[in-house]
Design a protein around this ligand. Structure first.
Ligand SMILES: [Zn+2]
Length: 176
């Protein structure tokens, strides 16, 4: 275990598979794109056009992705409806993570183009909860301990959405 300024090393064995895989080459078409062919047990909430999913290879607990269902990798290709829903789902993600984990802040963003660090060429926004004592999100080895699986996170966040009746509050409607 690496200890730097009270920061423990990341325990996230599921990232090994991802790091070893050449995801950028493998995600060029919808048939082998992990956001077009999605694990159902990682979908936190979905509408007809967009979804919130737990990152299968999280940088830290509560790492969510907000994704349009269409295989596009450019913000300018979003329709106005997709754009509106995506930002409503980003709001919803922050709201449920606030209830679930009470983080002190967030990194919210996306990378467009491989030069910017895009690993999967399907537009996606990262929602990464931040706590004092952790470090920048591009220094994967220095993150705090991941203490639950993405499947557990998904299950617990789904329950919050239902219990709090949040789709109506955020103007989004579940659908496939
Ligand atoms: Zn895709």
């Amino acid at each position: 275990m690496i200890v730097k300024n009270k920061i423990k090393s990341l325990y996230a064995p599921w990232r090994k598979k991802y790091i070893l895989k050449e995801t950028s080459k493998n995600s060029e078409t919808p048939q082998n794109c992990p956001f077009c062919v999605v694990d159902k047990d990682l979908i936190v909430f979905e509408t007809k056009k967009t979804m919130i999913k737990a990152n299968k290879y999280p940088y830290s607990s509560g790492h969510l992705l907000v994704v349009p269902k269409r295989h596009i990798n450019d913000l300018t290709k979003l329709t106005s409806k997709e754009r509106k829903e995506l930002f409503n789902l980003i709001d919803l993600s922050v709201y449920i993570l606030d209830i679930y984990m009470k983080p002190e802040g967030y990194n919210i963003g996306c990378s467009v183009g491989s030069i910017a660090g895009e690993s999967i060429s399907h537009l996606h926004f990262h929602i990464l909860p931040r706590f004092s004592g952790d470090v920048g999100w591009n220094r994967l080895g220095d993150f705090n301990v991941v203490c639950e699986s993405p499947q557990e996170t998904t299950k617990n966040l789904r329950e919050i959405i239902i219990k709090e009746k949040l789709p109506k509050k955020f103007g989004v409607f579940s659908g496939k």
